[in-house]
Write a protein of this length. Structure first.
Length: 416
């Protein structure tokens, strides 16, 4: 593999790994906020226990996701200085806003939520978790705004050998960003929904004494998963209408379209190979659509089964099916990401900057060392996160520390 291949492989692996954390964070944040809303308005102690249990799992995933996100920022300077020098003044504005939203606003209010149990007024505490959730959405939105610019560059002018931002509104309203944001956001909801349903099914299968907690949680997970799958299909279908001609040609693998897309690019940019890798594009798209069909079938069947309480409590085969479904949304989202990004090749900024021109001036040895170091770090982070999530999920609500009042603390004023 040459230096470019190594750099692309490193970014693909680290971006994909970080994407796993993002998907679950978006879903769990929303579910926790909704459950806490029900607990605050209804005063049901079961909902309060559910909030603390799923909230602690959310915090574990969020903390590990922050670490991987920092690594992603470093890579832009380490491996892709050609991209940042050429277009950083444009898409960097969206990344800067994302940093303010995620690392300042979101983390600040998350700290208030963590340490505000039994200290903040219940309404203030509820408002805090919704601020956390909405800033998570804002973070994802500006990330997709930056990515949308790379897919469909708008709102800029070329000055010398650098792009300058002239219309931030055009970049935000970019269809390549808007549709992708909603597709990713709803995909995160599906990921969180199947995670909640799968963990709940695991406990119900083991005949947990926390029947009310996990019976309600399972219904929330399935009740969110089914409509979310349908909504995501809508955004995904509309997104196909905004694909670049070369990506469409690669997806259909139509020889005529491929030749037409190649000829158009040669006429605009001179001799070269401008077609994306057909095999990768098709593999990503087919995997995504196949797993979508699996999720739709399982969510539809599960929606019918959850209407019967004896089935929810005792149908072990269904329980294990839901447990096995936990990783499926993650694989689906990664497949979709491969389809989106591989279809953009050989461009870093579509039609403006090739990927080979976006690299930093590094040697193959330096790139190989960087690849090994990053992959080892991410492998450790993913392993630790998986172990912590599985450990906490197995232990159940009785072992949750979030919101627990120390034994020597004064009795607070009742929240409900």
């Amino acid at each position: 593999m040459d230096t470019l291949d190594l750099a692309r492989l490193q970014f693909a692996l680290t971006a994909g790994a970080h994407f796993l954390f993002v998907a679950l964070t978006l879903g769990l944040a929303t579910i926790v906020a909704v459950i806490q809303t029900r607990a605050t308005f209804g005063g049901n102690p079961v909902h309060l226990r559910m909030t603390r249990f799923w909230g602690q799992l959310y915090l574990i995933n969020y903390a590990m996701g922050i670490v991987t996100g920092l690594v992603m920022e470093f890579q832009l300077g380490l491996s892709w200085s050609g991209l940042t020098n050429y277009a950083g003044d444009v898409f960097g504005s969206a990344l800067a806003i994302e940093t303010l939203a995620a690392f300042f606003v979101e983390s600040t209010f998350l700290g208030l939520w963590i340490f505000g149990w039994n200290r903040l007024n219940r309404w203030a505490h509820l408002a805090v978790i919704w601020v956390v959730t909405l800033t998570a959405y804002a973070s994802a939105f500006f990330i997709m705004t930056a990515n949308g610019f790379l897919q469909n560059p708008v709102g800029h002018v070329l000055e010398g050998d650098r792009l300058r931002l002239t219309d931030f509104g055009a970049m935000v309203a970019n269809p390549a960003a808007q549709l992708a944001f909603w597709h990713v956001l709803v995909g995160g909801l599906i990921t969180g929904a199947f995670f909640v349903a799968g963990v709940s099914a695991y406990h119900l299968c083991r005949r947990t004494p926390e029947q009310d907690v996990f019976r309600k949680s399972l219904r929330i997970g399935i009740g969110l998963a089914l409509p979310a799958v349908f909504v995501n299909a809508v955004f995904g279908g509309i997104s196909f209408q905004t694909l670049q001609p070369a990506k469409t040609a690669a997806w259909t693998n139509d020889a005529g379209r491929l030749a037409e897309a190649q000829a158009e690019m040669v006429a605009r940019f001179g001799p070269g190979d401008y077609l994306p890798p057909v095999g990768w594009v098709q593999a990503g798209g087919i995997t995504m659509l196949t797993l979508f069909a699996v999720m739709l079938a399982v969510a539809g069947l599960s929606f019918l089964l959850m209407l019967f309480r004896p089935v929810v409590r005792g149908f072990r085969l269904w329980h294990w099916l839901l447990v096995l479904m936990i990783p499926v949304p993650f694989v689906t989202m990664l497949s979709g990401w491969i389809f989106r990004e591989m279809g953009r090749q050989p461009w870093a900024v579509y039609g403006l900057l090739r990927t080979s021109e976006a690299m930093s001036p590094v040697t193959p040895g330096q790139m190989l060392f960087s690849l090994i170091a990053f992959c080892a770090t991410f492998a450790v982070l993913i392993s630790v996160n998986t172990w912590l999530l599985a450990r906490q999920a197995r232990r159940g609500p009785g072992a949750v520390a979030l919101g627990d009042r120390p034994a020597d603390a004064p009795v607070p004023v009742p929240s409900f």
